[in-house]
Design a protein around this ligand. Structure first.
Ligand SMILES: [Zn+2]
Length: 383
């Protein structure tokens, strides 16, 4: 049996244009566990494209060897719309230029429909409830797809969501601007995601029940958690381990990184029973998980040139200068430099790639351990 390649044309494209999503399918449809892995939903986050290329090699081999126990769907480029958005030679892959906003926000929230569908039908069997909820999730999505789809972005979303919605594991491969390797998951999936984090060598694991933007991963992980809260008398497991993997920074693209990351993802699939075989000893984890609301998202107070006082991986104390914002037009150069301080003790996880800041822009993330008052219950993502 060989892997199957499916090409799904997007709808709502302009005349003379045809875009498609490619799915690489491994194992037997319906076999469990099912893993769904997609690359570069933010289309200008290139590291994931190269990781998916290497992962495809490994999965092709596993398929040839007959070691795929469950099912794997690999989407080697999740966003053909953004991939083609070049404006004056710059690739703008984070927001849809037609006006659809951030590609990784506002995914359809299936929870309300599913809660209504399963109300009164849940049992005392976790396995029965999982099957019931998966069927309801698929039906909720099918109801959206049954409406006329004139919009290319919605067409893309439905094509990806259809494959992720009933998976046991969803890995959405992104990257930051300049960053160390890190992972977002819900607290309900910790420590379940421990082996994934250890394999990838994550230097931060950021936990949030709901970060606020209905990102791709949370569209599949959180319905289970919200259903469990809504129907506390019935056992409802957190049956979809969905996470966003940040594969370092945008410029960290190369076969050395990508081959190792793909091998780590492959071993992860072995550890979670999707692929047979011995993944070998688990690498020593590089971090503890911390709450996303303890991660300081440091904002630029003014426009200006950004000069960092810290490197990635540095440990800072609250109040330390992280960067200087320099007003190139200041009358007195001595007064042109404005310090920006860390709001917590912690690890410098990310910085901006481009070193000119606008007011309110996130210029660095520092991973702390104590929830920050201004982050508690707040919208936690950077748009
Ligand atoms: Zn991203």
């Amino acid at each position: 049996m060989t892997r199957q390649i499916e090409r799904i044309p997007l709808r709502g494209t302009t005349p003379g244009t045809r875009r498609e999503v490619v799915l690489r399918r491994y194992g037997v449809a319906g076999a469990r566990p099912k893993a769904y892995v997609q690359a570069s939903l933010h289309a200008d986050e290139t590291p994931a494209l190269l990781v998916a290329h290497h992962l495809a090699h490994l999965l092709d081999q596993a398929q040839a060897d007959g070691t795929i126990e469950g099912e794997v769907v690999l989407v080697p480029y999740a966003n053909p719309i953004g991939l083609g958005q070049f404006v004056n030679a710059e690739q703008l892959g984070r927001y849809e230029l037609r006006g659809g906003g951030n590609f990784n926000r506002n995914w359809p929230d299936l929870f309300p429909t599913v809660a209504e569908t399963v109300d009164g039908k849940l049992t005392d069997s976790p396995a029965e409830n999982v099957a019931l909820i998966r069927a309801a999730l698929r039906a909720a999505l099918a109801a959206i797809a049954a409406q006329p789809v004139h919009n290319e972005l919605l067409s893309l979303r439905l094509a990806l969501a259809r494959e992720a919605v009933d998976a046991d594991m969803v890995l959405d491969l992104h990257c930051d601007e300049e960053a160390l390797m890190y992972l977002f998951v819900t607290p309900a999936h910790w420590p379940e995601a421990h082996d994934l984090a250890a394999e990838l060598g994550c230097q931060a694991v950021l936990l949030a029940e709901q970060s606020g933007g209905n990102s791709f991963d949370e569209a599949y992980s959180t319905p289970w958690l919200r259903l469990a809260a809504r129907f506390p008398k019935h056992p409802i497991p957190a049956a979809c381990l969905a996470g966003t993997v940040e594969l370092r920074g945008q410029a960290d693209v190369g076969d050395t990184f990508a081959e190792a990351d793909a091998a780590a993802l492959f071993r992860t699939l072995q550890r979670y029973g999707v692929i047979a075989g011995d993944p070998g000893p688990l690498p020593e984890p590089l971090c503890e998980a911390t709450r996303l609301d303890a991660c300081d998202s440091i904002k630029a107070p003014a426009a200006g040139v950004l000069s960092y006082a810290v490197e990635l991986g540095d440990r800072v104390r609250k109040g330390d200068v992280v960067a200087w914002i320099i007003d190139p037009g200041a009358d007195d150069p001595a007064a042109a430099r404005r310090p920006v301080h860390a709001g917590t003790d912690g690890l410098v996880l990310s910085r901006r790639l481009h070193k000119f800041a606008l007011p309110g822009m996130t210029i660095a993330k520092v991973v702390g351990t104590e929830t920050l008052p201004e982050r508690k219950g707040a919208y936690l993502l950077d748009d």
